[in-house]
Design a protein around this ligand. Structure first.
Ligand code: NAD
Ligand code: ZN
Length: 360
């Protein structure tokens, strides 16, 4: 078996108020390239308190990006890259402030300012030719683990696939739990459940090992404190924990693998545009037989926080739609292999996956 060998984030700052250290953190990098930074900030913060605390200098470019119309696209990255290079040349670094979508935009931009042509050329593993530039991530919503992963997921004309390589990983991440305090309750639930599901899937499969389990168990413990029990809910204490859980859940799946829920989730997202964390929740409620313990807890968390998930979605899906969804899912064989073992193909085929989608 090939053992995974991953690059970590170079530096991490953690703590309430840590965002105030942004300017001093990036100061030594300002001497690089054309001595300016590009900020990509979630549109949500425009006009909010945080927008007045960006610590940017007059020469910096600040973009507020609306991530709601669609997840990041290759076209969006190419256009932004051309605009940045065209106006001020290669920046010293990119600073991303937002959720998973903004993390991915910042990572992708840092690579694309030094690699010629369209980002569609680089969707896949180790296709990037030159190192990118310094990039720093400030997550404002926790769950996907995008702050720690080696991929920048982009939707292109042909595929939804990440730019994946060692250079994708952030040079610096600032984890400031104050920043996730304003996340709406339903998103707080869906994105946190992404972490929870990462850990359950990472543990329940053949690639699980002591290294991934150590991160996964700790992240699960934190998720249970945040979403179950007496002190559960959206509190500052729980935000402190959720931010760490997201990072550790990401590390857990990195050294193991995700499983059935994520394989199905990509099918649902690709064909219906359903967003990642929400799609996982919509699916996980039906995986009682595959992840019995995790499912039981998940349903308890749904109940505790009065979350309503849609039912009977599949009644509107004809056979061609189900086949298209199942085709996306089966093309993630490493996830099925992890979940069902070496003879996974004895259980899993297109019809089996269509059966799972019919539960939705
Ligand atoms: P997101 O970035 O798409 O944001 C979700 C919503 O929350 C948006 O409306 C945003 O404006 C809002 N928001 C963000 N921070 C907020 C705050 N502090 N207060 C109020 N609102 C806030 O959310 P996400 O779920 O973190 O990211 C999903 C994206 O991440 C998808 O594009 C998916 O493809 C990608 N993803 C990447 C990886 C990876 O490893 N790179 C892994 C999983 C998912
Ligand atoms: Zn996920």
């Amino acid at each position: 078996m090939q053992h995974k060998n991953f690059k970590n984030i170079d530096k991490v700052t953690y703590g309430r108020g840590a965002f105030a250290q942004l300017a001093e953190t990036v100061e030594p990098i300002r001497k690089e390239n054309n001595h300016y930074f590009v900020y990509v900030v979630d549109h949500y913060f425009k006009g909010k308190e945080l927008a007045g605390k960006l610590q940017n200098k007059p020469e910096d470019l600040v973009y507020f990006i609306d991530v709601d119309p669609h997840e990041p696209t290759t076209e969006q990255i190419d256009t932004l890259r051309d605009e940045i290079i065209g106006s001020k040349g290669v920046p010293s670094g990119i600073i991303g402030i937002g959720g998973g979508s903004i993390m991915d935009i910042a990572k992708a931009l840092s690579l694309m300012v030094t690699n010629e042509g369209s980002s569609t050329l680089y969707q896949g593993l180790n296709l990037i030719k030159k190192p990118g530039i310094y990039h720093l991530g400030v997550p404002t919503i926790s769950g996907t683990g995008a702050e720690v992963s080696m991929t920048a997921v982009l939707t292109g004309p042909e595929k939804k696939l990440g730019l994946k390589c060692d250079w994708t990983v952030f040079n610096q991440v600032i984890l400031d739990p104050e920043l996730i305090g304003s996340v709406p309750r339903d998103w707080w639930f869906y994105t946190g459940m992404d972490t929870y599901i990462h850990c359950i899937e990472s543990e329940n499969g053949i690639r699980n090992n002591a290294f991934s389990l150590a991160y996964g168990e700790q992240a699960l413990k934190l998720c249970r404190e945040v979403y179950l029990g007496d002190k559960s809910g959206q509190t500052p204490e729980n935000d402190d924990k959720l931010m760490v859980a997201s990072l550790m859940g990401g590390l857990s799946l990195t050294y193991s693998e995700v499983g059935v829920c994520h394989a199905l989730s990509y099918g649902l997202s690709k064909i219906h545009g359903t967003r990642h964390c929400y799609a996982n929740c919509v699916i996980f409620q039906h995986l009682h037989d595959i992840y019995p313990v995790g499912h039981g807890e998940f349903m308890q968390m749904i109940k505790t926080h009065n979350i309503e998930l849609p039912q009977n979605l599949s009644k509107d899906w004809d056979d061609a739609t189900l086949t298209a969804m199942a085709t996306v899912s089966i093309n993630l064989p490493f996830m099925w292999h992890h979940a069902f073992g070496d003879d996974w193909q004895r259980t899993v085929d297109i019809d089996y996956i269509k059966g799972l989608f019919k539960r939705l």
